[in-house]
Design a protein around this ligand. Structure first.
Ligand SMILES: *Cc1c(COP(=O)(O)O)cnc(C)c1O
Length: 355
């Protein structure tokens, strides 16, 4: 989270804008919270340039919840195409079998989730309800640098993307998307808020067993207040949206400015990895994530020494996911270039000492 946002939230913790109450003390149906919610939605729409024919929903249940909620709402119990590129899309594929007929259209499992088959090679179904992919695989460090044009690939299905771990780090091409979902906790705010951005025409087709609180039509018709929304999460996310909108990089602002910074951060880190004898990133270059950078030490016996030294240098949370091993640097929006520079200096020093 941006430090500025955390400070703002702390300052207003006991008294939001002179109202005499903190956000956690407000009724979600009062005019104060109504204003917070409406502003957060409008700011997110502006930030991600969400077209008018998409609804922005603030929900709960996280990315894993959406693995069930999306098929409950969109599958009509029919065939759903899955493009499996790593741990998160593999989970989505598995969960969907409870509600729909998942079809594995493509998988990169045999590359160990390090390369992705070209979209032209995907075995898309003729009449899928939707096509699911994870646009940034957080654990494996794989990112779609552009979203596939499904119509050009012969599919009439809408594209569903799980953008949990790179939301607001780059623009979204909404002409290629039917629905995008993501937990807020990686790039936007505290855990507990799930963002769903869905094209109008995809609402209203939920299976009868879909819980009312998870029915997109119901949530949309009630302005994300069918049940009590995660008010604190929405408030802090709203502060982050305003922070993001105010960011500038040359003539660019908002997400376009963040994208430039994220490219610079990722280039610096991958450059350091590629030019070293000790570190290696196994992901095919065209698919490397700007947000999550897994890397291994060629000599794995030094992993713990690397992590211990990093901690001493104030560099935390670098241990890789157990399924990939090694290290992982998650360089989300709020991580400044200086943070990546500090990591790269430490990596060079560690390599020099252990060469
Ligand atoms: C973290 C993450 C999730 C998990 O979401 P929860 O909020 O824990 O349910 C899902 N998808 C991706 C891509 C993630 O990075």
């Amino acid at each position: 989270m941006p430090e500025e946002v955390l400070r703002q939230a702390a300052e207003q913790m006991l008294d939001w804008q002179g109202s005499g109450m903190g956000v956690m003390e407000m009724s979600h149906r009062g005019k104060e919270f109504g204003q917070i919610l409406a502003e957060a939605q409008a700011d997110l729409r502006a930030l991600l340039a969400v077209p008018a024919h998409f609804q922005i929903l603030f929900m709960q249940g996280g990315g894993l919840g959406e693995n069930a909620i999306v098929p409950l709402n969109l599958s009509r119990g029919g065939v759903v195409d899955f493009v499996v590129t790593g741990s998160w899309s593999a989970k989505s594929h598995k969960e969907a079998a409870r509600y729909a007929q998942p079809h594995l259209a493509a998988s990169n499992a045999d590359s160990g989730h390090t390369d992705v088959p070209a979209p032209e090679q995907w075995a898309l179904s003729e009449s899928a309800s939707y096509v699911h992919l994870c646009s940034n695989e957080t654990i494996n460090g794989i990112e779609f640098q552009q979203l596939p044009d499904l119509a050009a690939l012969g599919s009439r299905a809408p594209l569903v993307i799980d953008f949990s771990s790179h939301v607001a780090s780059r623009p979204v091409d909404w002409s290629r998307v039917g629905l995008a979902f993501g937990g807020a906790q990686k790039n936007i705010g505290p855990a507990g808020l799930t963002i769903v951005i869905v094209r109008e025409d995809l609402l209203g087709h939920a299976l009868p067993i879909c819980p009312s609180a998870f029915n997109y039509r119901t949530v949309a018709d009630n302005q994300s207040m069918y049940n009590t929304p995660p008010t604190w999460g929405i408030y802090v996310a709203g502060l982050t949206f305003k922070w993001l909108l105010a960011q500038r990089e040359g003539s660019l602002s908002g997400v376009a400015a963040m994208e430039q910074r994220n490219i610079a951060k990722a280039d610096l880190l991958y450059g350091a990895i590629d030019s070293s004898q000790l570190y290696v990133n196994k992901v095919a270059r065209a698919w490397r994530s700007r947000m999550n950078v897994p890397f291994q030490l060629r000599d794995e016996s030094r992993n713990q020494a690397f992590l211990d030294g990093a901690r001493e240098a104030g560099l935390l949370q670098l241990k890789g996911h157990k399924s990939v091993g090694g290290m992982r640097a998650s360089i989300y929006n709020a991580m400044p270039l200086a943070g990546v520079q500090a990591l790269v200096s430490y990596m060079r020093e560690f390599e020099r000492l252990h060469a």
